[in-house]
Design a protein around this ligand. Structure first.
Ligand code: PEP
Ligand code: CO
Length: 451
């Protein structure tokens, strides 16, 4: 039975226990920042949000595939044209590989436009005997280990929203200007891509897509407008509930409330407590939403989550993003799928093969192994197929840049390489080559699933 019933309001979460929230020393300053945030125009429209929900419903019906990816955490410093363009390029390239390999339409959702708040395992961090509040992401405080920098600062809520606005503005301008035109995949080339071992396979694929596009257009005598423009949707973990509340709005001619700072907010594995404030907030918004499922969780809890978060069993509304890790997935996932299906819950099954496969090297560096990430993905495909369901999407931490954060893959990154170009302030991401290779492997798995 759900404990989250009763009247819902954008602020009804405040009656519940809210995990992972910063403590602001200056309440009037927080209130003032939230009042301003509430006045600012939205970043997305309810039309777009509903259109994504429709696409996710199609993915749940096996007619589409969701590719969700980006940084673990965006930073304000990375709100910069080349970094944003690189994120779009890698998502575009990967989606092209999936379209070609699996003959499925792909919906691209970035972990961007406000992915600025992070859940942490401890409240504080101690260095050389000095204890300070932990860094919770650029929306909350600053990374430098200094008392002033680590103090939660409400002004950062505004700075984060503004940067999210700048980011989505640039993305829209690129898309509207023709950057994402399938007739011109050369626009998405990344500078170092030609030297990678998988470049040939990718370029063969691109050539075949553009040739068949031109062939169809020549045959029909018209250009295909849907091929000239590819959409991107935004997503972030809806963690900071005062922020999320302030961007929750009503719109003319539609019922209900929308979080208009993003298309697709998700609930993290640390904040999905059934009686917690995050579930209370999320149950009342109309956006399509995701919830991360990882240990420890029971199948009954998952069903209660589905019933609470999607009481009308609306297709496309709820994505279950599983992240059990390569070593646990075979034990945990089958029972969950069976129970969810037994209760007739409409969900989109999405696999996040990153967060259950994080490890720390002997040198103390947080990393993930490409082979384990792939193994969890493969196992998830098989487990879902065996249960009569299917994988409808993937969720990756990745970047279009040539960083050295995850081990393995065809590029053969080793522990010694990690120190060379490790940039993520939080979790390690697949780099350009690893992301590409993952897309090629995923396309094969999808082709098998749909074949
Ligand atoms: C994340 O997506 O960065 C994250 C913290 O994941 P999870 O909630 O699954 O641990
Ligand atoms: Co992460």
């Amino acid at each position: 039975m759900s404990t989250n019933t009763g009247e819902w309001r954008p602020d009804s979460w405040q009656r519940k226990n809210a995990a992972q929230q910063p403590i602001y020393p200056d309440q009037p300053a927080l209130d003032a920042a939230l009042r301003q945030l509430h006045q600012l125009p939205p970043l997305v429209s309810s039309w777009e949000v509903e259109s994504l929900k429709q696409q996710l419903a199609e993915a749940a019906a096996g007619k589409r595939f969701l590719l969700q990816g980006g940084d673990c955490s965006e930073t304000f410093a990375d709100c910069e044209s080349s970094v944003i363009a690189a994120k779009l390029k890698i998502l575009l390239q990967m989606s092209l590989v999936l379209v070609q390999g699996a003959r499925l339409r792909v919906t691209r959702v970035g972990r961007f436009v406000g992915q600025y708040a992070k859940p942490r395992s401890a409240e504080t961090e101690t260095r050389d005997g000095v204890t300070l509040p932990v860094y919770r992401g650029d929306l909350v405080n600053r990374m430098a280990f200094h008392p002033d920098e680590r103090q939660p600062d409400p002004e950062l809520l505004l700075r984060g929203y503004e940067r999210a606005g700048l980011t989505i503005n640039f993305i829209r301008a690129l898309v509207d200007g023709g950057f994402a035109d399938l007739h011109h995949p050369e626009y998405w080339e990344l500078p170092f891509a030609r030297q990678t071992p998988l470049a040939d396979e990718y370029h063969r694929m691109v050539k075949s897509i553009t040739e068949s596009l031109r062939f169809t257009e020549a045959l029909t005598g018209r250009t295909l407008p849907e091929m000239s423009r590819v959409d991107f949707f935004s997503s972030h973990e809806g963690l900071h509930l005062f922020y999320e509340e302030a961007v929750t709005r009503q719109v003319p001619r539609r019922e209900g409330w929308y979080n208009l700072s993003t298309h697709f907010p998700w609930i993290g594995n640390r904040t999905r407590n059934l009686d917690g404030a995050h579930i209370e907030y999320f149950r009342g918004i109309c956006n399509p939403i995701g919830v991360k499922l990882g240990p420890p969780i029971t199948a009954d809890e998952v069903v209660t989550l589905c019933q609470t978060l999607n009481p009308n069993n609306e297709p496309g509304r709820l994505s279950l993003i599983t992240r059990f890790g390569e070593s646990c997935v075979a034990k945990e996932l089958p029972g969950i799928i069976q129970t969810v299906r037994g209760h007739g819950c409409n969900v989109l099954w999405v696999c996040d093969p990153m967060h259950g496969n994080t490890e720390t090297t002997s040198a103390g560096i947080k990393t993930r192994r490409f082979e384990k990430v792939l193994a969890e993905l493969e196992a998830t495909f098989q487990i879902l197929a065996k249960a009569g369901a299917h994988l409808g999407g993937v969720h990756f931490e990745l970047t279009g840049e040539n960083v050295t954060e995850c081990l393995g893959g065809a590029c053969g990154l080793t522990e010694a390489d990690l120190a060379r170009d490790y940039r993520s302030p939080v979790d390690p991401r697949l780099n350009y080559e690893q992301s590409h290779e993952m897309a090629l492997r995923l396309a094969k798995l999808l082709a098998k699933q749909n074949g």
